[in-house]
Design a protein. Structure first.
Length: 685
């Protein structure tokens, strides 16, 4: 809800009548007016006048900006439209301002496609192999659970409305167990914290399966009726004894056994055994398999029978989004085009590639919207070098002059959520949502949709879909032929604000999994076809002491970089009140590791490996387990003392499935930073 006085938004707050949010907002979004009216807000089109990366621009008119972009894109498209690349993600998550008019535009051109893998595609792929779609337990049932495993996430920082329900369940007698290498804010408030090694979650799930089967903590009826491949699974997990699992995970055998017993017992008693799988655990080499293995657990013990049981990674596939109508991929088929796909997680390497038969044409133009790749993409040094190419034409649609905007040839001012119309799905609850414009756009800012309408018009695209208004697009956002959204009506949704999908409280209580077999697939023929192990297995990290001992001799510390509480990836970093709360980039290290290196809290340290380095202020704390350092992220590089962030040391290597990044599969070393060098950087900043 937005309070507007004399045309000015003065407050953003949660709606107390909304069943999921119940009037509560996270710290970040509660400061949204501060972000919207920020003194550094981009309000006019800009043209670069300095070197790429310097961030020097002059104001130009919209007519000049659109004309320049259209002329350059038309020239490139005449030679090879695949040399044009859109780059976007979740800066704006709506179905209208996200990927509707923009994708119509790029599909009409025949530009390269973007594989949007940066967040959740590994886990989503493993989840879908197992139960068929990203569908899971309803958040509104969670308070009735008696056991909640919070696996690989920190909902206090990233999913406050889940945490509210978990706290209610806790007050009702539920046991909360956090499984995470780092003792996060959430882990601190759970009954138990299991601090396994990064990248070993799949092994822990295999060990739990071993115990559940060995001790007959199984729902045999559910297994017989609603699962496929149990006998093969039974053989597969024989070797994963608690002792072996403990060695791989860096925990005790008792922790493995007791976790399985507590989970199996709660489910078999019908008490509601819930697992919330978050995205952190899938950002390693075997991340997709890890989510797959965990997703097998509820079917073994019949946890799906209770509405307060089962598993949730994402509820995205519950929403029947009308993507074909929104994005118009038929433009490609009508023109006989089959563009290549570029992975957003390897943008650093891909921007530096020359034309070749395998890769296709060299990328000549990038249009960035809803994203900040120079800050958020892995191996940031390579990403910056790619965007620094003088022959690369770069357009950035933004609210602020981000790290990426500094490399743009043209910067276009985009509207915020308060200034445009949008329709939203969700991945944590089951409500279709309307985003109504609360204020008129500031300055000359325009919605993404209007920007791409203007470009389409200037390039001579006269297809009727480019003339649709935002309301007309929103009215097509959900497929009313689908039983879940048969009641969808945009006018009603705009008036009421939200509308719940038509779904049962317990989606798989009687099976009905949307897999090829119609069952939860312990054995997946599709995985075998795709060149993967069809059964749950363990895939070791690329970089760990166990899997890569030679590299570990040089770089002995694992590193993860989960989100800081007051940032949303790179969003909100420039909001002063939130940044002041975070202070400055810092690194958490266990006392034993700090002592070994002669480091103390407050030291400015250099974190490095062969890919690069960045500096941070050290915090010595046992929240980080031994052998692990934690750098809460993601800072804008320009707001760090050395102009770098944690992605200097992350890798462009991809996960086992889903072609996703491996942000938490990293080995580094840490040393005290050279104060003289730091002073020089500060003086030149």
């Amino acid at each position: 809800m937005v309070t507007v006085t004399d045309g000015v938004a003065t407050e953003v707050r949660g709606d107390p009548d909304h069943p999921t949010t119940a009037g509560v907002l996270c710290t970040k979004v509660s400061r949204y007016t501060e972000r919207t009216y920020h003194k550094d807000r981009l309000l006019y089109p800009l043209k670069r006048v300095g070197k790429k990366g310097e961030g020097k621009f002059v104001q130009i008119s919209w007519d000049e900006a659109i004309g320049t972009i259209a002329e350059r894109l038309a020239d490139i498209a005449a030679r090879n439209p695949q040399a044009i690349l859109p780059y976007s993600y979740a800066g704006t998550m709506g179905l209208v301002q996200g990927e509707s008019m923009s994708m119509r535009f790029f599909n009409r051109i025949g530009a390269s496609l973007l594989d949007r893998t940066i967040c959740a595609s590994a886990g989503g792929t493993g989840y879908k192999y197992t139960i068929g779609a990203r569908i899971g337990m309803d958040l509104e049932q969670l308070q009735n659970a008696k056991l909640i495993l919070i696996w690989g996430g920190n909902p206090i920082a990233s999913n406050l409305h889940f945490w509210m329900r978990a706290q209610e369940a806790k007050r009702n007698g539920a046991r909360l167990i956090a499984i995470d290498p780092y003792r996060s804010l959430t882990a601190d408030k759970c009954h138990q914290h299991i601090a396994l090694l990064p990248g070993t979650d799949s092994a822990l799930a295999l060990g739990m399966m071993h115990v559940l089967i060995a001790e007959d903590l199984l729902d045999h009826d559910y297994i017989a009726r609603h699962t496929f491949g149990f006998e093969q699974l039974k053989q597969q997990v024989l070797e994963w004894t608690p002792q072996k699992t403990a060695e791989v995970c860096g925990i005790s055998a008792d922790e493995v056994s007791e976790l399985a017993r507590v989970y199996g017992t709660a489910a078999l008693r019908g008490e509601g055994a819930a697992i919330r799988v978050n995205y952190g655990l899938q950002r390693v080499h075997g991340g997709g398999m890890a989510v797959r293995n965990i997703t097998c657990l509820p079917a073994l013990v019949g946890a799906w029978r209770q509405a307060a049981g089962g598993v949730q990674l994402s509820l995205s596939d519950s929403f029947p989004k009308n993507n074909h109508v929104l994005q118009r991929p038929d433009f490609l088929t009508r023109q006989g085009m089959a563009p290549r796909t570029i992975n957003m997680s390897t943008i650093g390497d891909d921007l530096l590639r020359e034309s070749s038969p395998e890769f296709g044409p060299k990328i000549e133009a990038v249009i960035v919207y809803n994203s900040n790749p120079v800050a958020i993409a892995p191996e940031s040094g390579a990403v910056a070098r790619g965007f620094a190419r003088e022959d690369l034409f770069t357009v950035v649609l933004e609210h602020f002059q981000t790290d990426t905007a500094d490399y743009a040839d043209i910067v276009l001012p985009a509207t915020t959520q308060l200034e445009h119309v949008d329709a939203h799905s969700a991945y944590g609850h089951l409500y279709m949502l309307a985003n109504n414009a609360a204020i008129t756009p500031l300055g000359e800012a325009k919605p993404n949709t209007e920007i791409f309408r203007l470009l389409a018009e200037r390039m001579g695209f006269d297809d009727a879909c480019f003339r649709e208004s935002d309301d007309e697009i929103a009215a097509q956002a959900f497929d009313r032929n689908n039983v879940r959204a048969v009641h969808f009506d945009w006018d009603s949704l705009k008036k009421n604000g939200w509308q719940k999908l038509s779904l049962s409280d317990a989606p798989f209580a009687d099976g009905g999994f949307p897999t090829p077999s119609g069952k939860c697939e312990f054995y997946s023929a599709q995985m075998l076809k795709d060149g993967l192990d069809p059964l749950p297995t363990y895939i070791a990290p690329y970089e760990s002491r166990a899997s890569n001992p030679d590299l570990a001799k040089k770089y002995p510390l694992g590193m993860i970089s989960p989100p800081a509480r007051n940032f949303l990836n790179s969003s909100f970093v420039n909001v002063k009140s939130l940044r002041d709360t975070e202070g400055e980039p810092h690194l958490d290290m266990h006392p034993a590791d700090a002592l070994q290196r002669g480091l103390v809290s407050g030291d400015t340290v250099r974190i490095y490996n062969d890919r690069g380095s960045f500096n941070a202020k050290l915090r010595v704390t046992d929240k980080a387990r031994t052998g692990l350092v934690v750098g809460l992220s993601i800072w804008w590089k320009k707001m760090a003392s050395d102009g770098k962030n944690a992605n200097e040391v992350t890798s462009q290597r991809l996960t086992d499935m889903g072609r996703a990044p491996t942000f938490y599969d990293v080995l580094v070393e840490v040393e005290k930073a050279d104060i003289g060098t730091l002073a020089g950087i500060s003086a030149n900043a």
